[in-house]
Design a protein around this ligand. Sequence first.
Ligand code: GTP
Ligand code: MG
Length: 332
Amino acid sequence: MLFLDEAKILIKAGDGGNGCLAFRREKFVPKGGPSGGDGGHGGDVVLVGTDQQNTLLQFSYNPEHKAERGRHGEGSNRTGADGKTIEVPVPVGTVVFDADTGERLFDFTEPGQQFLAAKGGRGGRGNARFATSTHQAPTEHEPGKPGEERRLRLELKLLADVGLVGFPNAGKSTLISRISAARPKIADYPFTTLAPNLGVVQLPNYKSFVVADIPGLIEGAHTGAGLGIQFLRHIERTRLLVHLVDVSDTTGRDPVEDFEIVLNELASFSEELAQKPMIVAASKLDAAQDPERIAAVRQAAVGRGLEYFEISSATGQGIDALKFAMAERVLA
Ligand SMILES: Nc1nc2c(ncn2[C@@H]2O[C@H](COP(=O)(O)OP(=O)(O)OP(=O)(O)O)[C@@H](O)[C@H]2O)c(=O)[nH]1
Ligand SMILES: [Mg+2]
């Protein structure tokens, strides 16, 4: 499933250092020659493709990136140090635009690719550089040139890492709203979700992954019942499915049957989907009074060799454990 992530950033390369105006002062030498050193060059801002990130989220916390300025030149022909160039990592898949002109500047397709986004200013020349045989005491010296400054718009097409599947009303949208900043519509009736929602799940170590919440599946979906199964193509390229099974007492259905129906519908969409790694999560534990219903779902999952969790998006029970299990699978 493609999802557009966008960020605007300001980048500023370092200014060049000023050239220096100085003359040598030596004992017994009445008039020393010019000795003003050159200013250092300002640092560049370079964007570098990385596969260690898959969202632009970090730029909302960090929208400005500035490189160091060059140091000014000094007397005794000392050249100022160059400013450090900074490298700003951007996820592979990012397209870079000039935010002001709309011009497309660069396309990151591989990790390690570099784009010089703002060039540092040249350092100014010190007066020592202007000396000639006929002009032995020059006072000319140049200021450093300003570094380039640019506003960029970054665009990233995101691929979901995890697909949430289950019966309508199983609590998929509620779960994604619990673990990400996504705020999809949630309601107490089937087929609330009509189109996929994506959410970015942030982990404490600054890593993140993308979860897709899709419409519910019912028996016969592959023949068009409910919303059909066409939307399953949105999760075809995910690495993991999380299968939510409502074990609360209010459904009036057998949760194991729900579980098997969804497995069948996935299989009738494609073999690939049927084979995808899956975590089973019994949902709405807070509203489940009957331990046998829960045990039956656990048995059905574990019997198929699937990892199993019990959660409640209402109370938060099991949510972190499930989140970290997802992270472990998709970030491994
Ligand atoms: N008690 C309880 N209710 C929940 C929990 N999670 C979700 N619900 C409720 O279950 C109903 C359905 O939740 P949704 O998140 O919309 O379910 P869904 O799976 O996205 O449903 P569709 O989009 O229709 O497929 C809502 O009324 C939620 O408030 C839970 O952990 N406990
Ligand atoms: Mg929903």
